[in-house]
Design a binder for this molecule. Structure first.
Ligand code: ADP
Ligand code: MG
Length: 320
């Protein structure tokens, strides 16, 4: 059995990026990081627990990818540029094949976003992965949840509901073909943090959040933080072909409105900046689509096909 320090050296130290702003990385009691002048440090942390955040059978390569992806998604929602991350890894045992695949997935996405692993902690126990991602944004320039105002247009990136529908397939309650399941599972296992979109939204969006717990719940957080309400048009929410086919035949929109794990961005833009936004963001990441409007009256409303408006309950995944 490999010891803790050999494990860190073999799988995590001196791999991936070597950034100039890392004064001191893995190997000391803490890392020393140089935040660029005029910037604020943006810090976020997320834990993935086996059986809660990913099915036990998930490939270790996907677990490594997703553990960092969900954190980078939070940085994207803040309009931050990723720079560094730390990794607290709890493992039932030091399985070489598992660690090789996990670290390959982790460093693949780290490389894609120029994020350097600068420290961590390694312990034995039930599988759980905690990553803290650190980035920066110009002082005062980060995006927040609190800036949405009545009249602002609500946008989402990419397509919604893919990951939630994939999870239903894995749990045996899905209703898609085997090919569709493969396509959907890719979205569940390999979320793409919308970093480029987040950066482009600085100075443009009035509020932003990333979609981890479902559109209704997460847009609800923006509305609460901003002291406003909204009306969305579910027919305008962008859907992948498998999700469009599924919702078309079942009329069940719950995976789109209340599914989790989308890791797309939801943001608001004042009417006056909409033209600028669509010009700047054409072709960036997974595209973007207007789905509704911020209103003064609190609450989240939905416009049905017949034009009737009804209140939407803020359903979403909650741990407690
Ligand atoms: P300490 O006892 O001072 O907390 P550790 O013995 O836990 O330090 O870790 C030794 C070094 O290895 C530290 O620099 C720490 O940040 C790093 N490290 C430990 N585990 C990991 C990991 N899973 N990934 C990256 N770096 C790690
Ligand atoms: Mg120490």
């Amino acid at each position: 059995m490999i010891d803790e320090f050999a494990l860190i050296r073999r799988y995590f130290a001196d791999r991936g990026m070597s950034r100039r702003d890392v004064v001191l990385g893995i190997g000391d009691d803490a890392a020393l990081l140089a935040v660029p002048a005029g910037c604020e440090l943006v810090a976020t942390v997320d834990t993935l627990v086996a059986g809660v955040h990913f099915p036990e059978a998930t490939a270790p390569h996907a677990i490594g990818w997703k553990a960092l992806a969900v954190n980078l998604s939070d940085l994207a929602a803040m309009g931050a540029e990723p720079a560094w991350f730390t990794l607290a890894l709890t493992l039932p045992n030091a399985d070489a094949a598992w660690l090789t695949a996990f670290s390959a997935g982790l460093f693949a996405i780290a490389q894609q976003h120029q994020a350097q692993l600068v420290g961590g902690d390694t312990t034995r126990g039930p599988l759980s992965i905690t990553i803290q991602a650190l980035g920066f944004a110009p002082a005062g320039g980060a995006l927040r949840r609190s800036g949405a105002r009545p009249g602002d247009v609500i946008y989402v990136t990419g397509t919604l509901g893919d990951a939630a529908l994939a999870l239903r397939g894995i749990l045996g309650t899905g209703a898609v073909t085997a090919d569709e399941q493969v396509q959907l599972a890719r979205r569940l296992d390999y979320p793409q943090p919308r970093i480029a979109t987040g950066l482009a939204l600085r100075g443009v969006a009035s509020a932003a959040i990333d979609l981890s717990d479902g559109l209704a719940a997460d847009l609800g957080h923006v509305l609460a933080a901003s002291g406003v309400g909204a009306c969305i048009d579910p027919a305008r929410i962008p859907l992948s072909a498998p999700v469009a086919r599924y919702t078309g035949r079942s009329a069940d929109f719950s995976c789109v409105l209340a599914g989790g794990d989308d890791y797309e961005l939801c943001f608001t833009v004042p009417e006056a900046r909409v033209a600028m936004l669509e010009a700047t963001l054409a072709g960036v990441d997974g595209g973007l689509c207007p789905i509704g409007v911020i209103e003064a009256a609190p609450g989240l409303r939905c416009r049905a096909r017949d034009g009737a408006v009804h209140e939407l309950a803020p359903a979403g995944y909650r741990h407690f």
